[in-house]
Design a protein around this ligand. Sequence first.
Ligand code: NOJ
Length: 871
Amino acid sequence: MKAATALSCLAGGSLAAAGTINPANKIQKRALQTSDPHYPSPWMNPDADGWAEAYAQARDFVSQLTLPEKVNLTTGVGWQGEQCVGQTGAIPRFGLRSLCMHDAPLGIRGSDYNSAFPSGQTAAATWDRGLMYRRGYAMGKEAKGKGINVLLGPVAGPLGRMPAAGRNWEGFAPDPVLTGVGMSETVKGTQDAGVVACAKHFIGNEQENFRQVGEAQGYGHNISETLSSNIDDKTMHELYLWPFADAVRAGVGSVMCSYQQVNNSYGCQNSKLLNDLLKNELGFQGFVMSDWQAQHTGAASAVAGLDMTMPGDTSFNTGLSFWGTNLTLAVLNGTVPAYRVDDMAMRIMASIFKVSKTTDFDPINFSFWTLDTYGPVHWVAKEGYQEINSHVDVREDHGKLIREIAAKGTVLLKNSGALPLQKPKFVAVIGEDAGGNPNGPNGCSDRGCDDGTLAMGWGSGTANFPYLVTPDAALQARAIEDGSRYESILSNYAHDKTDALVSQANVTAIVFVNADSGEGYINVDGNMGDRKNLTLWKNGDDLVKRVSGACSNTIVVIHSTGPVLLTEWYESPNITAILWAGLPGQESGNSIADVLYGDVNPAARSPFTWGKTRESYGADVLYEPNNGNGAPQQDFSEGVFIDYRYFDKQNSSVIYEFGHGLSYTTFEYSNIRVEKSNAGEYKPTTGSTAAAPTFGNFSTDLKDYLFPKEDFSYIYQYIYPYVNTTDAKKASADPHYGQTAEEFLPPHVLDADAQPLLRSSGGNSPGGNRQLYDIMYTITADITNTGAIVGEEVPQLYVSLGGPEDPKVQLRDFDRMRIDPGETKQFTGRLTRRDLSNWDIEVQDWVVSEHKKTAFVGKSSRKLDLKIELP
Ligand code: NOJ
């Protein structure tokens, strides 16, 4: 049979030519960054560490499947086809129910009787691996209890290149090591609880503006292609890929490819990203799923490394798919090699077996589309009326953990002695951010507003609150307990009343302010996901200045999705304390009370820099198209210099640096030591893979793929793997059907013979060459609690790699240690080969440069009192 396309195929590598010129906008013609093609798409390695057993189970399972059954695993049933935000087709013959993919990174989206956890960014601020793991585990357990198979988090894209980017809070920090730890601990926790984690969004998904064409057009931007994040190879490896490598090394079962393009090739059909970096170099054995509507082609995305399309339809509710029927046809006509679909099915089933151990899952007992008990299980088709929400309470005692993480993630930025509070005589709490949303904590869909206290951002990365303890409620309860007088004004605009209240005698004024952001499909007050500016919302700066103008003991609490500009007021002597409480989740009020009153001695550290101006951060969100109506071009020309690395490079002063955070006690650092390990020479990986395996046989007669005639009822808009006619062109609904593979697919796409291993890859070890993780040096230092109370301290280990292109210092390790007053504890930090290497674009591998390397231990990225050269 002649090889032919499966609906709208484009080459999977570079699609770019010269940029379009729009004379009206005086846009400069420029050669666009391109992305190299990398084929064939790698197949699973039967011997990969941690995967061998799952591989064998998947092989036994997949070998029995028909082609349509395999396709069913790869293709979502369409938007609102089932109960979760995305589901695959089922395989009833083997009792495999449809797999449930569901949001998201801080708890279960849109359900009830679930918990609302602190954001990833707030968890990062704890610098506590154990808490990150426990958060992941608790979220995984809740997801499992609702019947979810794949929880769509954690997030390392955005990494946080630009402080205003809307979704930074879903992830961890603009530092690859801190984010890498967050990824790895969350993946392990989630998967230990029996639910597959999904590292997203791979990769370069650093802003919301222009991430999707339709969305951008809705906001009045006439673009025809999404943004291209243009990232060079060195920056890719040393910054953006790093935390994904950690997720792969932790055994993550799935990765979500991103909406936008990288180097002018779409994230979900970019063979450099998926085939080469993720599957060849990192040895990722799980499956790649598309972000929702991020697939743009059929065969091209299949051969570029996409394994599952979500939610399955070309765009929401078209009833058409790039895969489904078209993937069946593409295999039958040879456009997509049969081994590729086998590999997709293998990757999906191996991830499920690795994590869930069984295919006998709990039933899906909620519906994302409604909180009603009864309704149609096939939501858009309005079919299958039954109980779709059992309101299963999965919360256990996670409220305690949430309170602990939020308190331990609250950063004490400034304290001139006002804190901790000790039975204050009179507490006045000011600001809308201390109170509730008049419409209830879930009053805005996907939290798409900034009303009342801010405890999560907006978008798909949200969960419904089971309750929300406001700061007002918690602080009032505490005041009553202490016998304090307490009043609150939960408005930012009650100027006269506020002045009158905070100018009374004996007042401790606590001002709550915030700044919100979220996902691009919701526009809150002109912020289309990304923030318009870095200032506080709702006149927050004026409120702080007003209160501190009248009250000499003003404490400021900030809830925000990232840094805000404190420039105008942070130095005021009347502002006696500043705290960043991040996005604390459902226990917000209790956790801030714990810190303010000293029940929790703060030890959190800022996971980003607090600059003085927006410009001082360097890289910024692109808000206006810069390439006519072609793909807006976002050049990551600063390279690895984002956040503290940029400020350090510019030698510019900051308000609070990355890693900064105070305690109610004091610590001294001394006695840095270094010990060299005998790690041996780095050996590039050699050898090759086996040839591509196939699993089972399939008929090439189209008649065998017609919709079943018996025991089958067609569901409206549902995506199926079958054909409705034996006329392949008609069945495909593709006007281009019939083009030969040679006409549109790049070379090597169909190769099935053994492939050479990349020298930087790990052989059987996922995460890259295993020697990258050899420990080269162990650095120790003594940390003494010199104060009067027990506290926790976060010693941070940085390195200088010494080269002219290297950041002044880069975080490499840290610990959070509990130390009694007067006690000295030893901090131990480790430096791996990767920690000391640079990505060499010529060699295409990590290389330790000749430059002198220095290790530093200290309290923050700019308080590095201890220093030692590496021998
Ligand atoms: C789009 C978001 O980018 C992604 O993070 C989310 O998981 C999906 N929608 C599904 O809701």
